[in-house]
Write a protein that binds this ligand. Structure first.
Ligand code: ADP
Length: 238
């Protein structure tokens, strides 16, 4: 197991967002976290990555307790993440955006040169190297999502959490993102993906966890999840 949570709870005022979420994600796999709107997926990501502190429960990564740790400590432990609403610096170029992901990047020339080469190779890998000198704000939504991912990969995370990688992305790019996730996974990276596009989830995931009302109600490979009655019930509200 890679990323695990035990009895994670989080309430906002009277609203219970996480209701004792005990979940294990598999190392070296493409894992998906799905569930209806409001089922707690974003809150879960936020607790796991240190953006918010759970009320109770535990987060462990490769056996290390990360509960309540600051986001940069969690990133240093090997967990990278993207955001649903995509975080880039709009007035910086694509290359500058990726370099901004390196701590103290650009201070010493030898390091900076290596960093620039590495940043360019990530932009190339994601198919946006021709936009290296373009400002992020001039790039399409899908290109900005790829740019954000390039920045995350710059930190060489072992595990990558993606919050709706397909959200708002055109169909052509969607196929590329799916293929890219599988490729990066084949190289050894673990993925945990929150995604609403079921075609994508079913085609790229090895293991799926389904949330309903702040806790998992089913888990397994796509073939099992597709026909699980509890899952259909949660989505259809029956
Ligand atoms: P999902 O990502 O599955 O759509 P969320 O984690 O965003 O679910 O939300 C779970 C529940 O917690 C929802 O009822 C939502 O309205 C509530 N919630 C999430 N964040 C906050 C917040 N900052 N303040 C108040 N309620 C919140």
């Amino acid at each position: 197991m890679s990323l695990e949570t035990h009895e994670l709870r989080k309430a906002f005022g009277g609203v219970t967002a996480l209701d004792g979420a005990t979940v294990s994600f598999h190392e070296g796999k493409v894992n998906a976290l799905i569930g209806p709107n409001g089922s707690g997926k974003t809150t879960y990501f936020n607790c796991v990555t240190g953006m918010i502190r759970p009320d109770s429960g535990r987060v462990t990564y490769r056996g290390r307790d990360l509960t309540g740790k600051a986001p940069h400590r969690i990133a240093r432990a090997g967990l990278g993440r993207t955001f649903q609403l995509c975080r880039t610096f709009p007035r910086m170029t694509a290359l500058e955006n990726v370099l901004a992901a390196v701590p103290q990047g650009g201070l010493r020339s030898a390091k900076a040169k290596g960093d620039i080469e590495r940043a360019m190779s990530w932009l190339t890998r994601l198919g946006i190297e021709h936009l290296a000198e373009s400002e992020a704000r001039d790039m399409s939504w899908g290109q900005q999502k790829l740019l954000e991912l390039a920045g995350v990969l710059m930190a060489e995370p072992e595990t990558v959490l993606l919050d709706e990688p397909a959200g708002g992305v055109n169909p052509a790019l969607l196929d590329r993102i799916g293929a890219l996730i599988r490729e990066l996974n084949a190289e050894g990276r673990t993925f945990v993906i929150v995604e609403h596009n079921m075609d994508l989830v079913m085609s790229i995931s090895d293991h799926i966890v389904v949330f309903d009302r702040g806790r998992p109600i089913a888990e397994g490979p796509p073939s099992v999840i597709r026909s699980d009655e509890r899952v259909l019930g949660a989505y259809l509200g029956v």
